[in-house]
Design a binder for this molecule. Sequence first.
Ligand code: FES
Length: 130
Amino acid sequence: MSEQDKNRWQQVNRPGEGQAVCFDLCATMRLSDGQSVDVPEQGFLICFQGKLRAWRNHCPHAGSPLDWIPGQFFSDDGEQLICHTHGARFEPLSGACIAGPCPRGLFALQFQDQGDTVLVPVNVEITTEL
Ligand code: FES
């Protein structure tokens, strides 16, 4: 990985089916006055039905992390992602909110599938909220 890529991507192990891997993420919030603020957050990478998805670990309802126990995102039946703060439920592959108080779905992160490992972002730019 080039030095430039190391500033953009970090490598994590590929999660098993129905599992998630968490990673640190710097969220850069762009303010309306043109300034920006960096906020330490997490992202999580899941494998569901053999497909990978990476999401910001930030509930669209009130902004809390979704996982109840660190790294635990899936419902008991393994079919949905759950925010344990107020119980919102999300479709694992689309991130759409399918139940609960969220005004929108999860914030998708880019990733690069490399087989046994996956590249996930080091930071993400957020322009829709603070
Ligand atoms: S913070 Fe996630 S449902 Fe309220």
